[in-house]
Design a protein around this ligand. Structure first.
Ligand SMILES: Cc1cc2nc3c(=O)[nH]c(=O)nc-3n(C[C@H](O)[C@H](O)[C@H](O)COP(=O)(O)OP(=O)(O)OC[C@H]3O[C@@H](n4cnc5c(N)ncnc54)[C@H](O)[C@@H]3O)c2cc1C
Length: 483
């Protein structure tokens, strides 16, 4: 059997390593991904403030795959033929190669099982002028983060000369996700400016599509601290207040021009904001594939949602916020084709987690649901086990389940990188998707939903950086490190 994994990011690489460990050598594991480098994306935040280098957050995959016995094709999956076609009896994907020697040439790869782990398409086009090719910066890739760090250093030099500068960090569209990453970046920039003794000359502004800070696209949360229960809003607001960072909430960035952001807010008002430095994350869509059935008819809309995430075993029936249920969320990540799965950011969520909001002009402004690193890696491992068991039992039914409404997540948001003066907000939540049937008051189990900020969080985040890279490099006993 051949298992093809499209995407060598957090979920895809995890599933490939586990598949290779679980399957006997008569079965092939084949990864298709456009870049030869693996990137620990969470640490791009530290690259974006010059705290880490690109080398510290990424490494070459081909030597690891060679050692593990995993086949690798450098390219983008561009089309799926889940039933084969007139000339192929087996299902296959079409690949456009990205390595220099075969650049843009196309080939096909047949599969018995296919895992779509292609993550997000960074949709800078959704907002005119957004992104590193235009007027704002990003930290989504290591290259973007290096660029952001260079620009930040220029701003620090200006501030050192006594000039005043405005730095805007946040979300580049009303429907963005990944608010936590922008949150981390703004606090790391604040920390860096303080380390350089130039904070007083800088105006630091956080712009977000969240109705209030602390929402993070998971509908906010109530947190149990050792002493009391507090709201995520209060937890986050106090951090912004303490560090003198202004927060603009419920904002949809409509246009980014040279040194000017235009945005609309939930109250229907329109504003312009002048900046000297802007790091604005893009909204995400799924990667754009096409899909065809055996007679060549296009079935892209059957396999993918309108924003190009892959439909899996979720309840996609459109319904109002009050009718959303925890059980709407997928459990097996199997698509309508039993041998195709979508994991990590690639699967289509059934609905948002935060309550949808619209401005008084009707513009949707609210976070899309995040799918962070820990659940993405857990899905990778779970799918590897499922596929192994499906192969062994020759069953079309997945043997394992994992729902975001039934698992928790730990998230350590860096608020400043330094071994003695650093800090991080360590947050755990259970479950990720609130379940108001099981936990009527808060939607989550408060014994397992906690938040604390301090230096220990920074040490833990740094330790996890090294542990996850060790694991991704498949070093000795890598599988013993949890996701
Ligand atoms: C700046 C930033 C900071 C973050 N910080 C945190 C954090 O602190 N904690 C946390 O839990 N999460 C964090 N996240 C989120 C985390 O990075 C994602 O949850 C995780 O990367 C999702 O894993 P994935 O496998 O779905 O996608 P990815 O890791 O993005 O991997 C997708 C892979 O698919 C490949 N690919 C793309 N198109 C194709 C194609 N057509 N064919 C084949 N392959 C393709 C890509 O090259 C990549 O290798 C952060 C995200 C960002 C952007």
């Amino acid at each position: 059997m051949r298992v093809v994994v499209m995407g060598a990011g957090i979920s895809g690489h995890t599933s490939a390593l586990y598949l290779r460990r679980l399957l006997s050598s008569e079965h092939e594991v084949h990864v298709v991904s456009p870049k030869t480098k693996w990137n620990w994306i969470p640490s791009n935040i530290w690259v974006g403030v010059g705290e880490m280098t690109e080398k510290q957050v990424s490494f070459e995959l081909p030597p690891i795959y060679q050692k593990q016995g995993i086949n690798f094709t450098q390219g983008n999956g561009i089309a799926i033929f889940p039933e084969g076609d007139a000339t192929h009896s087996s299902p296959y994907i079409k690949i456009q190669h990205t390595d220099q020697s075969n650049l843009n040439s196309e080939s096909i790869l047949e599969y018995d099982f296919l895992i779509n782990a292609t993550g997000p398409k960074l949709n800078f086009e959704a907002t005119p002028g957004l992104g590193p090719d235009h007027h704002s910066l990003s930290v989504c890739t290591a290259d973007h983060a290096i660029h952001a760090s260079q620009k930040l250093q220029e701003i620090i030099q200006d501030l050192k000369k006594g000039q005043h500068r405005t730095l805007v960090i946040g979300m580049g569209h009303g429907l963005c996700t990944c608010e936590g990453a922008a949150f981390e970046y703004v606090f790391n920039v604040d920390h860096l400016l303080r380390q350089n003794g130039v904070r007083e000359n800088a105006k630091l502004i956080f712009i977000t599509n969240e109705k209030e800070v602390g929402d993070f696209g998971v509908g906010g949360m109530w947190l149990k601290t050792p002493e009391f229960i507090t709201s995520g809003k209060l937890f986050a607001e106090s951090l912004f207040e303490e560090r003198g960072i202004e927060a603009i909430c419920g904002a949809h960035v409509k246009l980014v021009e040279n040194k000017k952001i235009s945005y609309e807010q939930l109250d229907g008002t329109f504003h312009d904001l002048e900046f000297d430095f802007a790091m604005l994350l893009p909204p995400f869509t799924g990667v754009h594939f096409k899909a065809f059935n055996s007679d060549g008819s296009e079935i892209t809309d059957t396999l993918f949602s309108a924003n190009r995430f892959m439909k899996v075993d979720a309840n996609y029936q459109a319904k109002g916020f009050d009718e959303w249920l925890a059980e709407d969320w997928p459990k097996t990540y199997q698509t309508s084709y039993p041998n195709i799965f979508a994991i990590g950011i690639a699967f289509a969520p059934p609905h948002a987690i935060s309550k949808p909001q619209k401005s008084t002009n009707g513009t949707p402004i609210s976070p899309a649901p995040p799918r962070t690193g820990m659940p993405s890696a857990m899905m990778g491992k779970m799918i590897a086990r499922t596929i192994k068991e499906m192969i062994e039992t020759r069953s079309k039914k997945p043997s394992r389940v994992l729902s975001l409404a039934e698992i928790g997540a730990a998230c350590i948001a860096s608020t400043g990188a330094h071994m003695t003066r650093g800090s991080a907000a360590s947050i755990t939540m259970f479950p990720i998707v609130p379940d108001y049937k099981k936990y009527p008051k808060f939607g989550r189990n408060l014994s397992l939903t906690t938040g604390e900020i301090g230096l220990a969080g920074h040490w833990l985040k740094k330790l996890l950086h090294y542990l996850f890279i060790y694991k991704a490099k498949a070093k000795l006993f890598w599988w013993m490190i949890p996701e």
